[in-house]
Design a binder for this molecule. Structure first.
Ligand code: VNL
Length: 392
């Protein structure tokens, strides 16, 4: 039965797509981007940020590319991978989208990979960040980041700054496991000691029992990865349990000091050092313009790293369509996405033609108060970092 359903889907996709790109082009049909995001539920902030960024890109760059009208079709998968898969199928078969994009969490991105492959539809991953996602389909292109990419820098920084022992605390799924592995291996290589490795569930996490354990173990620092949206809860409980007063420092990937929430985290966040690819405080003209326009269009909401993944994802799609002269087509679009070089609000970046992953700077940042607001202030940079997960 399952097999039967599969081959039906395959046929449906094949029939739906036969010659559709050139036909659509000849008829001047709209170019459709199916944007699948968690607009409700636990990961809703990620959906909100990416949708706002995609709309900002279109407002700034127009809704026509090489004679094709761009149509953005936004769908809410509530971050449930079964929903993501169903929506992707509908978008490909019924709506005949030219590109699938978005994907708030790793399981959603992975659920769509077989559909991208079968239908030859580019899958532009704007948020999810487990290293292996790009290997799940040759049609995946990523504009977010990977956890190995950002976790190594803080593992190099920590031992040089008085941190000799750590406990790691990560969310128990793809990106958390990547963060734990790449942080720990590097930290140990640098002579540090990992006293324990703790994992919290993705759905409705309760950090209290884990933090109690960390307090008892008394490491020099706690290293944390949690997905965007969960950082404020970690920070709050870290403060409430008096961890900082007990002399335990907090270090993390920038997912924890998420710009979407940072300003409301309070003084407990001050001084926290993280490594990441984007800060809203990144001191470039391009970023200042981006942050200003984003805030203006969204009632003062500060863009976070998810917004930048969405903004650059739209750029990559627009550029690819331009390069095909408006013709599109999965393979041609994909070829035109590979190797793109651009200046992002995060800094210089490019899409690695071999891995289809983004290569970018990784920054060390410290939370500081400026003009009464909290920011991730960059103080060091590692340039042009490729995903270390691909070299093995
Ligand atoms: C993922 C990675 C999601 C990093 C995140 O936030 C994040 C993922 C929603 O791959 O699922 O910050």
């Amino acid at each position: 039965m399952r097999q039967h359903k599969r081959s039906f889907l395959k046929t449906a996709i094949a029939v739906a797509l036969a010659g559709s790109a050139s036909l659509a082009f000849a008829q001047g049909a709209p170019f459709k981007i199916g944007l699948i995001l968690p607009m409700t539920g636990q990961q809703a902030t990620t959906g909100r940020q990416i949708e706002a960024a995609a709309k900002l890109w279109m407002a700034q760059n127009g809704d026509t590319v090489a004679g094709r009208k761009i149509e953005l079709v936004v769908k809410d998968d509530t971050s449930l991978p079964d929903q993501t898969r169903r929506l992707a199928q509908e978008l490909v078969v019924n709506d005949k989208v030219d590109v699938l994009a978005g994907f708030g969490i790793t399981p959603s991105a992975l659920a769509v990979a077989p559909i991208a492959t079968q239908s030859k539809t580019p899958e532009v991953v704007m948020a999810a960040a487990t290293s292996s996602i790009t290997e799940a389909s040759p049609y995946v292109v990523r504009t977010s980041f990977t956890l190995p990419q950002v976790s190594v820098a803080i593992a190099d920084w920590a031992p040089k700054n008085g941190i000799k022992s750590v406990v790691t605390l990560v969310t128990d799924y793809g990106p958390g496991i990547d963060a734990e592995k790449y942080f720990s291996e590097r930290f140990i290589l640098n002579g540090g000691k990992v006293m324990d490795k703790l994992r919290v569930p993705l759905r409705n996490p309760d950090f209290a029992p884990f933090l109690q354990k960390v307090r008892d173990l008394k490491p020099d620092a706690l290293f944390v990865f949690v997905p965007s949206g969960a950082g404020a809860a970690v920070m709050k409980q870290f403060g409430e349990r008096g961890m900082d007063k007990a002399g335990i420092r907090l270090i993390a990937t920038g997912d924890v000091t998420d710009d979407d929430q940072l300003n409301d985290m309070g003084d407990v966040a001050l001084g926290v050092v993280t490594s990441h690819h984007y800060s809203a405080a990144h001191p470039s003209v391009a970023n200042r313009k981006f942050v200003e326009a984003f805030e203006k269009a969204n009632k003062g909401m500060r863009p976070n790293f998810m917004a930048v993944g969405g903004y650059d994802g739209m750029r990559v799609i627009y550029e690819a369509l331009k390069k095909t002269g408006g013709k599109g087509g999965g393979d041609a679009l994909l070829a035109a996405m590979k190797g793109q070089i651009f200046e992002s609000p995060r800094g210089p970046a490019y899409i690695d033609a071999q891995t289809r992953d983004i290569v970018q700077n990784v920054y060390l940042r410290k939370v500081e108060k400026k003009d009464g607001k909290l920011w991730n202030v960059e103080f060091d940079v590692i340039k042009d970092v490729k995903d270390p997960g691909k070299s093995k």
